[in-house]
Design a binder for this molecule. Structure first.
Ligand SMILES: [Zn+2]
Length: 558
């Protein structure tokens, strides 16, 4: 469907001005676009789901979007015109829950296995890293699963040693298992007889050691913190590279919930890139409690000079979370003291008008959280503060109704792309309703899409979109049923304007409409019509953030 061009409010005003006051010269009318994209299939994601052919950008914002005839007159001598060649253009993707700041710190120095489809390929990446950095620590910090490998198994220590005999090697699988080469064990002073807290020898069903170590998120994060750190310069390089990699995949925005193994001082790298005006992904970040037992003091001290929303459209402070207190994190059975401590903090946050996002995994225990929020809402309303719950893949209709009543949104990730086989094995039928995307939308709960990358998932948004559409895990097993599966457009809405809601940005970005920030991507294939099993391979050919090209591949790279 096509429609006549719509013009940004400021230009409309100028047009009225022309009719009403011919005395004044009207430079606004002479305004021409900085950038025009023609001959495109533009999914504007406006309320009418309009597909447009052309758009114009000025001063970092969408100036007009519509037919070629409506947009062409906005071209001037200095306008860059891009012929999209009939390709699909989408609003820039926004991952509402990605540990991007942390992933970026080590992107230049870590080895990653994201997308490796065999152990051979994974070992080849280790070999290449060993050749590039003789003797250096080689760290794979997550973002992979044995199910992605053709061999359907994890690598062995012998394979690691064969690939990188002269480097200490550390491999992490989610937050549940680790494999280290003898060189790495020695360097850390670890042996099977002397393991760190909350780390144990993993044993198979017969009780024999598998060679791997087992642990939980706290134990593994503490051990990870003992690995050598990248330098500040490497952090800055990694940040630029990682955000460039996200741009390659059409990502232009991220909601960042902090995380384990990243200290407040390590935000210096992303702040430096922001000061250089070199950020290419818009970042809304929240504070993850780092000081167990002193969480309230930490939040009060750090945020007293960080009012809610402080920053700009590239980098913005977005409240607290995803860990508020250690006692209410991954705890299905918090005691009264843990709940009161949490309540004290969120009550304070509500009075400060701070947004709060909370990590909660299991529906069976989420009533602990919701009861506290309902109690709080009776004394200090939280319904307009855009609080949210992350994960909660098995949210029940009752939970979603309570969230809706509290104005709480849900950031939904593709955790089951990696872990769905296991959920299917343990939960059976119930796994077909996980996560309950359509039920949440019908309940009126704001939903944002994302990945939770990169320890537990790949950061690739198109892999997540494909999984949203076909419900198949990395091993190809179908899990989620059609009842909880979105249309392609709905999935895209959740990954754009849906995610923008969580940082109060849906009026500024997430759709391509006049006056909105010019964040968009020209894709290499048509997301809307390509066979679903190929959606995950989509990449951007031209990614624009605030009207500026931040990533370009042929034919748009000249
Ligand atoms: Zn989380």
């Amino acid at each position: 469907m096509s429609f006549p061009g719509r013009i940004a409010p400021s230009l409309r005003w100028a047009a009225f001005g022309l009719a009403g006051a011919l005395l004044y010269p009207l430079p606004a009318l002479a305004q021409t676009a900085d950038l025009i994209v023609m001959n495109a299939k533009i999914a504007t994601l406006d309320a009418a789901s309009t597909t447009a052919q052309a758009l114009a950008v000025r001063d970092g914002k969408i100036m007009a979007v519509g037919t070629a005839a409506a947009v062409r007159p906005l071209a001037g001598a200095a306008t860059r015109t891009v012929d999209a060649g009939g390709r699909t253009v989408i609003p820039g993707l926004i991952d509402s829950h990605m540990h991007a700041v942390r992933a970026a710190l080590t992107y230049a120095t870590e080895v990653n296995w994201i997308g490796a489809d065999s152990i051979g390929e994974a070992m080849a990446r280790l070999r290449a890293a060993a050749a590039a950095r003789p003797g250096a620590w080689l760290i794979v910090a997550g973002g992979w699963t044995d199910q992605q490998f053709a061999e359907k198994r994890r690598p062995t220590v012998a394979e690691l040693v064969a690939a990188a005999p002269d480097n200490p090697v550390y491999i992490q699988l989610f937050y549940s298992a680790l494999l280290m080469t003898p060189k790495a064990m020695t360097a850390l002073g670890i042996s099977p007889e002397a393991l760190p807290p909350r780390i144990s020898l993993e044993r198979n069903a017969a009780g024999a050691p598998t060679g791997w170590l087992a642990g939980d998120i706290v134990g593994i994060s503490a051990l990870f913190d003992r690995l050598p750190k990248a330098t500040f310069e490497e952090n800055v390089t990694g940040t630029k590279k990682f955000f460039g990699e996200l741009n390659r995949l059409a990502v232009t925005g991220v909601g960042d919930p902090g995380g384990f193994s990243i200290a407040p001082s390590q935000y210096a790298a992303v702040f430096q890139v922001w000061r250089e005006r070199a950020l290419t992904v818009r970042l809304a970040y929240s504070l993850f409690a780092q000081n167990v037992g002193a969480e309230f003091d930490e939040f009060r001290i750090v945020s007293q000079m960080l009012p809610m929303g402080f920053g700009d459209d590239m980098l913005r402070f977005n409240g607290l979370g995803e860990r508020i207190t250690a006692g209410m994190y991954n705890n299905n059975d918090p005691n009264d003291a843990a709940k009161e401590k949490f309540f004290e903090i969120v009550r304070w946050a509500a009075r400060q008008k701070l947004t709060v996002t909370v990590h909660w995994n299991e529906n069976k225990s989420v009533h602990h959280l919701l009861e506290l929020y309902e109690r709080l809402n009776r004394e200090t309303p939280i319904t307009g503060l855009r609080w949210s719950i992350a994960h909660l893949n098995d949210a029940s209709p009752e939970t979603l109704a309570r969230m809706k009543a509290l104005g709480i949104g849900w950031t939904m990730q593709d955790a089951l792309y990696f872990q769905g086989d296991q959920e299917l094995a343990t939960r059976g039928e119930a796994a077909h309703r996980m996560p309950p995307i359509m039920t949440a939308l019908r309940a009126g709960v704001p939903v944002g899409a994302g990945t939770d990358a990169h320890r537990v998932a790949s950061y690739n948004p198109f892999v997540a979109l494909q999984w949203m559409l076909d419900g198949k895990t990395v091993s190809g097993k179908p899990t989620r049923g059609p009842d909880e599966t979105t249309s392609r457009e709905q999935a895209l809405r959740l990954y754009t304007v849906g995610s923008a809601w969580f940082s109060f940005d849906e009026g500024k970005r997430g759709t391509l409409e006049p006056g909105k920030l010019a964040d968009f991507a020209i894709l290499d294939q048509d997301y809307f019509t390509v066979p679903v099993e190929r959606v995950g391979r989509t990449v951007s050919l031209l990614t624009v953030v605030g009207g500026k090209a931040v990533y370009a591949a042929p034919p748009f790279d000249k």
